[in-house]
Design a binder for this molecule. Sequence first.
Ligand SMILES: Nc1ncnc2c1ncn2[C@@H]1O[C@H](COP(=O)(O)OP(=O)(O)OP(=O)(O)O)[C@@H](O)[C@H]1O
Ligand SMILES: [Mg+2]
Length: 350
Amino acid sequence: MPKSDLEKRYSGLIEAMDEGVLIISRKQKILLSNRKAATLLPWVQGLDGKELRDVITGPVIVDAAKAVLEERKKERITTPVYEGYSGDEAFIKGRGRERTYRFTLSPLEEKLGVVSIIDMTKVERLSLVRQDFVSNVSHELKTPLTAITGFAETLTDETLTMEEIRGFSRIILKNSSHMQRIISDLLLLTSLDRAEIGHVMTNTTDSRIFQEVRSYTQHKANAKDIEVLFYPADQEVTCHESLIVQAVANLVLNAVAYSAERTHVEVRTRIHGDMMEISVTDEGVGISKEDIPRIFERFYRVDKARSRESGGTGLGLSIVRHIAIIHSGTIKVSSKPGKGSVFTLSIPLS
Ligand SMILES: Nc1ncnc2c1ncn2[C@@H]1O[C@H](COP(=O)(O)OP(=O)(O)OP(=O)(O)O)[C@@H](O)[C@H]1O
Ligand SMILES: [Mg+2]
């Protein structure tokens, strides 16, 4: 089919699609593409007329195209992509900067083929985050539930003294409120996964954020006689205010929880270009090099027994990380065991 006919027939259709679309000839030459394809494959200038293998190298794509064009089969491939590379090569060349694309190749009339391209990078990341999730949740809920069942059973013994009954009831209460905390944290995390926070960003200042954080954390700090000092830059920032308050409060509560009595915690804002950096510094137990990469995982705690005893769910930092990610920000930590830790949350000013 001459190119002009092809354009007449398909260009309106493919421009209307959300996917990147390439129509390829029997010899794997790109005959027609839409604008989305150009944004997904920005390393080539002008897709039309190029060979498919010059746009994305890697045997899987080329083999799939062959199967589609010669055997009229439909193929679907999800692969890492970096610049013009796919598969393992994209991994090696991209060093963490590769993206995940899904290519769906289908036969089209007159021995042509059509390739549709979807960027799956975000979806892929979320599914990785979820991987061990169910087994972790079950385990974390089972521990307090076992205690509740056990002590409830003991309570049915008619020979118990009032003192014993009160003691067992207290254990049941403590464990059920722990379960409640896990569930409400999990619900928050799930809502963050789905959040379209772009719509609920507001203008606020770091001073206002710190005021809220103070009211959330003062009680715990006072209980340990820890002074929390706030140094705002009194800077305007566009963010999801209540989530940022929650993130900074989680960091401050950790600083308090993992420090000795009568120490200091500092909360400070610095502006770096168009980013706002909020750091929380403590003089606490610190975190070893081996544990640092793991503390942002759901349910991970350095000292499981101790943290659970103090009511920790191990979800606090993964909530902070999620809040950073949905603001296109980052959370970093540096720490010296025995000396203290600094957690730094960076978010764009607008
Ligand atoms: N400031 C800190 N100093 C030392 N260790 C820390 C600090 N913050 C976090 N950690 C370590 O990282 C682990 C994970 O922290 P996270 O806040 O996710 O969970 P948690 O504090 O145990 O429970 P919670 O969900 O109640 O916050 C903690 O158990 C602790 O071992
Ligand atoms: Mg915590």
